[in-house]
Design a protein around this ligand. Structure first.
Ligand code: CA
Length: 221
């Protein structure tokens, strides 16, 4: 899951980036509304956390621009504006949720999970295929009833594949889900993580589609 954080308060933004990263979300940050609209144009994000009071283009302007373009990406508004009419306005424009600052970090993470669940049609906080379970609350992975110890980026990669188990992801798309803008990526990084996941879970957990990339593999049910 790749998140765009739109927040002009640098201190809050850096704290949130750290917290989202710890929760295993690939997150990018922009500090104004126009940059947000540009960043969202290529549809590579799965969720937007959006401040309303922003330079260049207000948060409501961002929502409006997205929805007019037919972009249905989930938008979670995070704003100090706590008047009921502000909340109603943002929700009516197309925001999916609204959290008033100051907010509790755990509540923000829970609301992100709700949007994540809704997006993937999940009834519970888990991604599951056969005997493989990824618990989105604790970010723990279970295979055939036992917990598997995975590193941060291994979990991120597995989650990306499990979110769309029939989709083939190119190496570039997977790198984008695992690394931030400007982060150096070793050319074989994805192959290394795929190797680790196959070793720790099952050789069949990830399928290589020659010339195209990877997709989730059939695991025993
Ligand atoms: Ca602001």
């Amino acid at each position: 899951m790749r998140i765009l954080l739109v927040e002009d308060d640098a201190l809050l933004a850096s704290g949130l980036l750290l917290a989202l990263q710890r929760a295993h979300y690939a997150t990018e940050h922009v500090a104004d509304g126009e940059a947000a609209v540009r960043a969202l144009a290529d549809n590579s994000f799965d969720l937007v956390i959006l401040d309303l009071g922003l330079p260049l283009l207000d948060g409501t302007g961002v929502i409006d621009a997205l929805r007019k373009r037919g972009n249905a990406i989930p938008v979670l508004v995070l704003s100090a504006r706590d008047a009921t009419r502000d909340r109603i306005h943002a929700l009516d424009l197309g925001a999916d949720d609204y959290l008033v600052k100051p907010f509790d970090l755990d509540e923000l993470l829970a609301r992100i999970r709700v949007l994540e669940r809704r997006r993937s049609g999940l009834p519970v906080n888990q991604l599951q295929q056969g005997e493989l379970v990824l618990d989105l609350g604790s970010m723990s992975v279970w295979w055939q009833g036992r917990q598997v110890e995975l590193q941060h980026r291994e979990i991120m990669l597995l989650r990306r594949l499990l979110e769309n188990p029939h989709k083939v992801f190119s190496r570039g798309q997977l790198e984008e889900s695992l690394y931030g803008w400007g982060e150096g990526v070793a050319s074989n990084a994805i192959d290394v993580y795929v190797h680790h996941l196959r070793k720790k879970i099952s050789p069949d957990v990830i399928k290589t589609i020659r010339g195209l990339g990877y997709r989730f593999g059939k695991v025993a049910v």
